[in-house]
Design a protein around this ligand. Structure first.
Ligand SMILES: [Zn+2]
Length: 439
């Protein structure tokens, strides 16, 4: 007897990422009630299922949705506002003063919505966010059908979101409580960075993270200056200080990690911590280069992130994949460093793992949520297709993404957003843009 299901996706090529990272032909994906219920040949699918919708994608690759493992979504509204200056100046003179002036729930809602539109169209189905008003980011992501891990941000100084470290933490916990069992929204503790958070605050966060079993998401070793300042202030390199405070463990995701000694790479590997590599942000701010290939070789889980749009300026995992692969080869002086399949895994399953979501997303496997994308490889720029994985990493861009599903919901169909009103989002962004420039 044929079983009714919601949808059957029939691509030319399928990359599950796990258990198989290679390309499979004639492998259809059956989706029901938001989950992957079967992966099987077309002939088997026709015999076994009666789908409500059949998506024929005969020139396309089907793969897991991309995971942007680090961003500040609302910063899209400052895209192009502070280009071509170093991190410390960028942050202290441009970004923070503007945020103090403009960051409100309305700013964050409009900025995050614009980011979500950009990411969904580019095949990103999940993002890790660190910003003020995480309650608002969670709300707009859930309304858009986008998956998010919102950071419960903590800083030592006052911002429009909170006055004291205790207030950051209590407001963050309120967000955690609201979304505890939400199908799309999860939370992380997001102490901003070792240089902006005190030992006392770290200790409190560590205790809560253990109790609630929530991952920790933090900027760590972004620049050489940060290491020098940290050593001067505390007598320790920042990662060593975090280790003393009990933070170097499987729950930690260290974002950037451009400055790592061999011993620190070994320590991260042995601890089970994750690293989020943000190659374009690091290059643009001249922060340094993450030794991504050495981390991968040591066994560290390395994911990819875009960072915010004010330091990138694209929330585009395709350009991160390409840049990560090329930069790794340059840094290691080795053309074999970070081969394409490894980079594809970094942008999918490794991202899911860094967010504590690898039981739910990151690969196309029966039982997981149907977070998936289709990429059309049928135009001169991506032709001929000798190796689909190579084509995805080195050649294709977000303009080739035709479909995006999150939990089975078809959020991008034929390249167009199905839920979000793009014209409205752009109107609002334009008006915020004028306010950003009024500084
Ligand atoms: Zn960042």
């Amino acid at each position: 007897v044929s079983k009714r299901i919601d949808a059957l996706i029939c691509p030319r090529w399928t990359i599950q990422v796990q258990p198989r990272l290679d390309v499979q032909n004639d492998l259809c994906m059956a989706v029901h009630e938001g989950r992957i219920v079967d992966l099987l040949s077309r002939a088997e699918a026709d015999a076994r299922y009666t789908p409500d919708a059949v998506h024929e994608r005969s020139e396309h690759v089907l793969l897991p949705g991309l995971v942007n493992a680090h961003t500040h979504a609302a910063m899209t509204l400052m895209r192009g506002f502070a280009d071509d200056i170093p991190l410390k100046q960028w942050l202290n003179d441009r970004i923070w003063p503007t945020e103090m002036r403009l960051a409100t729930p309305e700013f964050v809602a409009d900025g995050a919505s614009l980011a979500i539109a950009e990411m969904l169209r580019g095949g990103v189905t999940c993002f890790a966010d660190m910003y003020f008003f995480p309650d608002t980011v969670a709300e707009v992501a859930a309304a858009a059908g986008m998956r998010v891990a919102v950071g419960m941000i903590a800083l030592e100084f006052p911002t429009p979101w909170a006055e004291t470290p205790a207030e950051y933490i209590s407001k963050g916990l309120a967000v955690h409580d609201i979304y505890r069992n939400h199908p799309l929204v999860s939370t992380t503790f997001a102490p901003h960075a070792p240089y902006s958070v005190s030992d006392e605050t770290f200790k409190r966060i560590r205790q809560l993270a253990d109790e609630l079993e929530v991952p920790i998401h933090m900027h760590v070793h972004e620049t050489a200056q940060e290491i020098r300042d940290g050593e001067k202030a505390t007598g320790q390199r920042p990662l060593a200080r975090l280790d003393t405070l009990g933070f170097v463990n499987p729950a930690l995701t260290a974002v950037h990690a451009t400055q790592l000694t061999d011993e620190e790479i070994e320590r991260l590997a042995q601890s089970g911590a994750s690293v989020v590599h943000c190659p374009r942000s690091n290059l643009k701010l001249a922060s340094g280069a993450c030794r991504s290939a050495a981390l991968v070789d040591a066994g560290v889980n390395v994911a990819l992130g875009t960072d915010g749009a004010a330091s990138n300026n694209r929330l585009d995992l395709w350009s991160e994949m390409d840049t990560a692969a090329l930069l790794a080869k340059f840094v290691a002086g080795d053309a074999e460093a970070l081969p394409a399949p490894v980079v594809l895994k970094m942008a999918t399953l490794n991202g899911a793992r860094a967010l504590g979501l690898d039981q739910e997303i990151g690969s196309l496997e029966v039982g997981k949520s149907a977070d998936a994308i289709c990429v059309r490889l049928a135009e001169p720029a991506v032709y001929p297709v000798l190796d689909p994985v190579s084509q995805l990493v080195y050649c294709a861009g977000r303009e080739h993404v035709t479909d995006t599903w999150v939990a089975g919901e078809h959020l991008v169909a034929d390249g167009a957003l199905t839920r979000l009103d793009v014209d409205l989002l752009m109107d609002r962004a334009r008006s915020w843009g004028r306010k950003v420039l009024e500084a």
